[in-house]
Design a protein around this ligand. Structure first.
Ligand code: R5P
Length: 294
């Protein structure tokens, strides 16, 4: 097996290759003067099981194009199987037509990855798992909740795990099961035109308790900050934030701190600021690859 690392791996390619005992190769890349991407696989992949690692954080479009170029190149060069690891899959949240005329972006992305030649796609904590049916090969979503919950095991006691909206409830449930705590959720409303979010007031039993708010993504940080505010208003002793993909747009991190969140814990699917605790999902991805290929 050969693990090919592209330009946006955040170290997951190297860690994966080490765990799997596979050869690790960095794909050559450059930008042409006009801004177009170029990639070159510097080793022979003929008859090999190839694993391509590329997360698709900012600049998302560039990282996606590089991924598509690498998949098609590996296919043309005779790879036996191509497994694509996309720890953070961009465009996943645009999973339906919220307004008439909109593109279902995740459908286009998943179809393109398949069409370029990927046999298998492994991603982490995708926004909604059902979208993986747009990928007609084998598609697997690895939960990030296990890695995050493991981190909290030794640092909190009897926490309440809180989902900031009903969509994140299964995440809170899984997280709470690992920690042995209980869980609840808040109700969030998003304005589809302005993107503004509002968390509806709701009674939650958090008095004097440690609260861990869990979500798949922190983007602007508004969802987390509003949820933290509710928890603290209801008497929570301390609030932590845990997420798979800490995208941190603009001043998101500062927004979280000023909302009273004690610590932010995220995974390494995207690079995070130094003060954010980063836990690795590579062992969980490796486990999935081992289950697939033995
Ligand atoms: C949406 O439903 C997602 O699960 C996240 O809650 C959302 O993407 C977070 O975005 P933001 O940090 O901008 O509020």
């Amino acid at each position: 097996m050969i693990v090919l690392g592209l330009t946006a791996t955040n170290g997951i390619d190297k860690e994966l290759a080490k765990i799997l005992g596979a050869k690790h190769v960095i794909v050559e890349h450059k930008l042409f003067p006009d801004g177009e991407s170029y990639i070159r696989i510097p080793v022979s992949v003929e008859h090999e099981h190839v694993v391509i690692v590329q997360s698709t954080y900012k600049p998302q479009d560039k990282h996606l194009v590089e991924l598509l170029l690498a998949i098609e190149a590996a296919k043309d060069l005779g790879a036996q199987t191509i497994t694509v690891i996309v720890p953070y899959l961009a465009y996943a949240r645009q999973d339906k037509r919220f307004r008439t005329g909109e593109a279902i972006s995740v459908k286009t992305i998943l179809r393109s990855i398949r069409c370029a030649g990927a046999d298998t796609l492994i991603t982490v904590e995708i926004h909604k798992e059902h979208v993986l049916t747009y990928f007609t090969g084998t598609a697997i979503n690895v939960s990030a909740m296990d890695a995050l919950a493991e981190y909290f095991k030794n640092i909190v006691k009897d926490p309440l795990v809180l989902a900031p909206d009903v969509g994140a409830l299964p995440r809170a449930k899984r997280f709470a099961k690992i920690l042995g705590g209980d869980y609840d959720y808040l109700e969030k409303v998003r304005d589809r035109i302005t993107g503004e979010v509002r968390v509806k007031p709701k009674n939650i039993s958090v008095k004097n308790r440690t609260v861990i708010i869990v979500d798949d993504i922190i983007s602007t940080g508004k969802t987390m900050a509003l949820a933290a505010k509710q928890a603290l208003e209801h008497g929570a002793r301390e609030v932590y934030a845990a997420c798979a993909h800490a995208l941190f747009v603009d001043n998101a991190y500062e927004r979280l701190l000023t909302s009273g969140i004690k610590k932010v814990v995220a995974t390494n699917t995207v690079p995070v600021p130094e003060k954010v605790v980063s836990v690795s999902v590579a062992p969980y991805i490796a486990e999935t690859i081992n289950e697939l290929y033995g």
